[in-house]
Design a protein around this ligand. Structure first.
Ligand code: C2E
Ligand code: MG
Ligand code: MG
Length: 715
């Protein structure tokens, strides 16, 4: 205590002139402010007032009020304006005072006083530093927040409590609102939700707001559309938290993120998926599912008096194209066909790909107009399609049906159109058929036929008949054409015109065709064994497109059958129709070459009915041309038919090919064929297709009766 009392009890203190002290203080502090340049720090100068004034007050209890004021006023001023540099002021001032007072004799030099003073200075510096760094931190955070609020892609809002506690007034909106939604920063706070949020989303956002305000700390998220100032809406994902209780926030803090690009991308992917589900991948055409939907709508439309019509289109021989040229070419062909249809279909109809080789056209028109259009479409297909520099010939079979209010479901319309289309196929393809009830009955029969045909081989219901071919000039028997017959246990006799197309469609033609080849070779061998005079007798076998073009190893099959039945290759003649050859000319040429290499003879069947050009004819490695019956029928009566047959025979002769006239029924026809120089004839005039036993009788007679008249041989 004595030490402390001693510290504060110096003798002989005399005060310097207060005005001098004030002047010194002012100069020093002004210097400090000038250096510091930050008036904000003045608050902390107050601390220095205390630090400076306390010792003065203690040491100078006798100071007059005037002196004290003169000393404290500048210190107060310094405190108000000074910052950290007041440290300098605080340190320099007392020394200056003392220096001025009595050099070498000053109570301020009392070590106790200086110690207290030093401790106080250190304390104040520490406090000031802490406060300053807190302030700097706050300043930095605020700058960071400003930058974030301005630069972020999110919009941040704080909505305070409304008058009644739940109606929010937005009191903060981040400047990013301008970039995201185009509004000046002060505008949204003046707007109602209804002015910014999409009308359909208002209710959801209101519900979310009520939920969030229900309790402190509650948060929620949602996706809404918000209006852009320039027009249109942006998709925003919002997250809001109730911070009404938070002392610094006192509101609902919400962030809105613009997710429009993601939503748009998702929507476009979804649209693409929906589009894909309704379109055929290979051709881009609307697909079966789409057709079902459109048909359902069309049925409804007919109930209100609308007229709609469905065309069901099957591409004839498409399987052959697919098998021989590949699926890619098949798809391109379908695309090309649809393209060619477009001008006819126009805007009132839609073209669908129903299946691999099936197209459908749904038109807003009646059945009559639909059938006219169907015929136009079929006609437009008769020109070849060029795919990969290859001419591909196809025809179409079209079924037409009106969409009826009575059609319960789209499937019913499709079934009717399908039935009509099958009838068109049965009628020889490349034609149009309109649905009627009788066709349904036929179609059921067809279904039964397919089932029965599957059993025909096993049940031994198939057999061959043989139609003789003779030399036109002298009537000598030169060969037989093997023709297939089917007598079904269930359906009775079925003509080849009916079941062969069915066998081709179902692929049954492959085993059936093999059966025909084997049977024909077997009979030829057995006949030849009976007489040495039959050495030159030939057997003709009809080939279907799927046999020739669809089987890679067809030539090898033929070879093994020939060997198995010991038939020399040149005694076998394979008949291929012109239309089969033209479905894929290149492949046909290749396959025919393989057969020719075996030594087998090749005939073009039904010549004149297909579309082969002369240039192709030259390229096909064939030996025989069979003039189609349709031209032979007109001989003797139609000058055009005579001219055509004449042309074919002349052409064949020029190319070194043999000619066979099919379907010769009358003597005048035979006479004219002889005149025209046709080599061989085949037809009812010579003989109907004969059962095996009858064919044998025919052979015997032919051998015995030669060289009598052709007719005599058949009798
Ligand atoms: P195609 O090869 O042109 O056979 C000739 C058709 O004309 C045969 O009919 C025959 O009976 C008939 N025909 C022969 N002469 C006359 C005549 O003077 N007048 C009339 N009106 N018709 C005559 P079919 O047997 O009904 O055979 C029809 C078609 O079925 C054949 O036409 C052929 O394309 C096909 N076909 C028959 N058998 C087979 C076979 O085993 N395989 C294949 N792929 N097709 C066959
Ligand atoms: Mg034939
Ligand atoms: Mg023929």
């Amino acid at each position: 205590m004595a030490l402390i009392a001693d510290l504060f009890a110096p003798e002989g203190l005399g005060m310097p002139d207060p005005w001098v002290i004030a002047a010194i203080l002012l100069v020093v502090l002004a210097l400090a402010v000038a250096i510091d340049r930050d008036v904000r720090h003045a608050r902390y100068g107050l601390v220095w007032v205390v630090a400076f004034a306390i010792p003065l007050a203690i040491r100078e209890p006798f100071l007059t009020q005037k002196t004290a004021m003169a000393t404290l006023a500048p210190a107060l001023l310094a405190a108000l304006i000074c910052g950290p540099r007041t440290v300098l002021a605080a340190a320099v001032t007392p020394i200056a005072i003392l220096t001025l007072r009595v050099p070498g004799h000053s109570p301020y030099l009392n070590p106790g006083y200086l110690l207290i003073y030093a401790v106080l200075v250190a304390l104040v510096i520490g406090v000031q530093r802490t406060m300053l760094s807190a302030m700097e931190h706050a300043t930095k955070s605020s700058a960071l927040f400003d930058a974030l609020a301005r630069e972020t892609n999110e919009i941040i809002t704080i909505a305070g409590p409304g008058k009644d506690g739940d109606d929010a007034g937005v009191h903060f909106v981040s400047p990013s609102v301008t970039r995201v939604l185009g509004f000046p920063v002060d505008e949204p706070s003046k707007m109602q939700w209804a002015e910014v949020v999409h009308p359909d989303d208002i209710e959801r956002i209101a519900k979310m707001s009520v939920h969030i305000r229900s309790a402190p700390g509650t948060s929620g998220t949602g996706q809404f559309r918000m209006r852009h100032k320039e027009g249109g809406y942006r998709w925003m994902v919002a997250r809001a938290t109730n911070l009404l209780h938070h002392p610094q926030v006192r509101g609902v803090l919400s962030t809105f993120v613009d997710v429009t690009p993601f939503v748009e991308e998702r929507e476009s992917i979804q649209k693409q998926l929906e589009r894909d589900a309704r379109h055929d991948e290979a051709t881009g055409l609307p697909n079966r599912r789409f057709l079902h939907e459109q048909l359902a709508a069309a049925i409804e439309a007919t109930k209100l008096g609308g007229a709609w019509c469905l065309l069901f289109i099957d591409i004839d021989g498409f399987k052959l194209v697919n098998d021989s040229l590949g699926h890619d070419v098949g798809d391109r062909l379908v695309r090309a066909i649809a393209e060619r249809m477009k001008p006819n279909v126009g805007a009132t109809g839609t073209i669908f790909r129903f299946g691999g080789d099936e197209l459908a056209v749904l038109l807003e028109c009646d059945e009559k107009r639909g059938s006219v259009l169907a015929n136009d479409l079929a006609a437009s297909m008769r020109q070849p399609f060029t795919i990969d520099d290859r001419d591909v010939f196809v025809t179409v079979s079209v079924g037409v049906t009106a969409v009826q209010p009575l059609h319960a479901r789209p499937e019913a319309v499709l079934a009717d159109a399908d039935v009509a289309m099958y009838r068109a196929k049965e009628r020889g393809r490349d034609c149009v058929e309109i649905f009627d009830e009788n066709l349904r009955v036929r179609s059921m029969r067809r279904h039964d036929m397919e089932q029965a045909l599957r059993q025909a081989l096993e049940n031994d219901e198939l057999r061959l008949v043989f139609q003789p071919k003779v030399l036109a000039a002298e009537g000598r028997l030169v060969g037989f054409e093997a023709l297939l017959r089917w007598t079904s246990a269930k359906l009775g006799p079925v003509g080849p015109q009916d079941f062969i197309p069915l066998a081709e469609e179902t692929g049954l033609i492959v085993p059936i065709g093999r059966f025909v080849l084997e049977r024909a070779c077997r009979e030829l061998r057995s006949w030849k064994r009976r007489s040495g005079r039959l050495a030159g007798l030939k057997m003709s076998v009809n080939l279907s497109g799927r046999q020739l073009l669809g089987q890679e190893d067809f030539a090898a099959q033929v070879k093994s059958i020939l060997e198995a039945y010991d038939v020399p290759p040149w005694d076998l003649e394979l008949e291929v129709t012109e239309s089969v050859l033209m479905t894929n000319a290149a492949k046909s040429i290749e396959r025919l070459r393989q057969l020719k290499e075996l030594g087998v003879k090749i005939a073009i069947d039904d010549f004149g009915t297909g579309y082969s050009s002369l240039s192709y004819l030259r390229k096909f490695p064939v030996d025989v041309i069979k003039v189609d019956r349709s031209f032979v029928t007109g001989l003797g009566t139609s000058r055009e038919d005579s001219a055509i047959v004449h042309l074919i025979v002349t052409l064949a002769q020029a190319l070194g090919l043999e000619t066979v006239a099919e379907g010769v029924e009358t003597d005048p026809q035979l006479a004219e064929l002889r005149l025209l120089g046709c080599d061989q004839v085949q037809g009812y005039l010579v003989a109907q297709p004969l059962e095996v036993a009858d064919a044998e009788t025919f052979i015997e007679r032919a051998l015995g009766l030669e060289p009598r008249s052709i007719r005599a041989a058949a009798e």
